[in-house]
Design a protein around this ligand. Sequence first.
Ligand SMILES: Cc1cc2nc3c(=O)[nH]c(=O)nc-3n(C[C@H](O)[C@H](O)[C@H](O)COP(=O)(O)OP(=O)(O)OC[C@H]3O[C@@H](n4cnc5c(N)ncnc54)[C@H](O)[C@@H]3O)c2cc1C
Length: 470
Amino acid sequence: MATGTDPAEQLERRYRARSLWLEMVPEPVRPRPALSRDVTCDVAVVGAGFTGLWTAYYLKRLQPDARVVVVEREIAGFGPSGRNGGWVSSKIAGSWDVYAARAGRDAVVRAERTTYQTVDEIGHVVEQESIDCGFVKSGMLSIATNDPQAARLRSDLEIARIHGIGAEDLRQLERSDVDDLVHLPDCRLAIFSPHGARVDPARLARGLADACERLGVTIYERTEALSIARGEVRCRGGVVAADHVIRATESYTTQLPGERLRYLPLYSLMIATEPLPASVWEEIGWHDGLLIRDRHHLFFYAQRTVDGRIAIGGRGAPYRLSEPIGETSERDAGVRARLEETVRRQFPAASGAAITHHWGGPLAVPRDWSMAVTYDRVTGLGWAGGYSGHGVVAANISGRTLADLVLGRDTDLVRLPWVGHRARSWEPEPLRYLASKAIVAVLASADRYEDRSDRPARRTRVLTPVMPPS
Ligand SMILES: Cc1cc2nc3c(=O)[nH]c(=O)nc-3n(C[C@H](O)[C@H](O)[C@H](O)COP(=O)(O)OP(=O)(O)OC[C@H]3O[C@@H](n4cnc5c(N)ncnc54)[C@H](O)[C@@H]3O)c2cc1C
């Protein structure tokens, strides 16, 4: 790893410090050349996270002679795509009710099933492109650690059944079945979905960027888009002229002119333990690749990493009015302490392990907490995002959908309920700030109450105006 003081090494240190995953990238983390002249192409993509990279990837797969250019302000995988929990998990990124109101219940079930297939699609590309990112599909376990959480899990299952989702896709587990997957002393009830895989997200993002280049995509890094308009992306080093322009900047969209209130940038933070010895893993009994979460309002999500750590994350970081997105928001003593406590409670065998990493990144939360994929055939402008923290699978779907829309292909993807969806903007500050404060404070206090009393906290109802319908 870089330790010197020359600017390139300092930059590499800054990039690696953004997450455990970026720190562990085996090859040097050096930016690709920046844009330094005007260029012309068919499709310009802004942002080299999962959304932008998948869009470029599928465009080239479908139309190999398309000239595709990606401009990225930092490096591929710099944003949440290189920092997340590595959950390649099914479940739509948004509210069933919101999408059902737009497109009907059948479309929502189709969307849900598309997320199942997408876990395999990502696995397929990982294999096809030989991306060494620790992809292991062992499913997803949601647990309840108190009775109100158990009630929420039962209700999740009931709603799924009403919509025709059967036991092969989601089922309640007996205690002995849970024990076969992982030993969780605090687990009262669990439901299991086979549609989940563990991945190292930075290696996936960076491997995908390499795969795009192999297909002929040009990626300019350290290239900030200053304005994005019909037919052109203006950057500091030059202008990218294109028939189609795709914005794939998720939470960072709020830094672009006129887009400040598009999302609530809410931070999700993670910690990781040191690599655990085989004896500890034996005690925990955690089946490799299995994703584990609980059903607290401020839930935790965890994976067993390729190098044998527990990496676990959760929400609840404070929102900074003066700088909603910034590196100071990536660490928080309160969230870190809560996650450490979760490790001790859920995985007591690991309670002596050192916590070696703490990091985070901004989620893009739309006003209705529901993602969107949009493309205007007349202007050639498109964008996707607003995944509210469920973007790994969603970004692949967005990329495939945007590729179809740009190429004018009439596929099932372009008829999914988030295509053309538009949430209204958040209220201006300080109201958005107050909403985010309220969300974090009320959910944290509801979790504490439920842990203490084993009774459902009714106080979450006050959040109805700022939370999704279901
Ligand atoms: C801590 C954390 C844990 C998470 N865990 C999970 C998980 O386990 N599973 C899951 O499904 N989702 C998870 N998410 C959410 C998921 O990571 C994101 O939704 C997803 O990565 C978004 O991908 P994206 O490509 O749309 O955006 P990003 O990854 O944010 O990429 C956008 C890119 O655009 C670039 N950019 C921004 N502005 C400009 C500009 N003006 N010009 C040029 N480039 C620009 C940025 O540098 C960035 O590289 C998590 C998020 C966080 C923060």
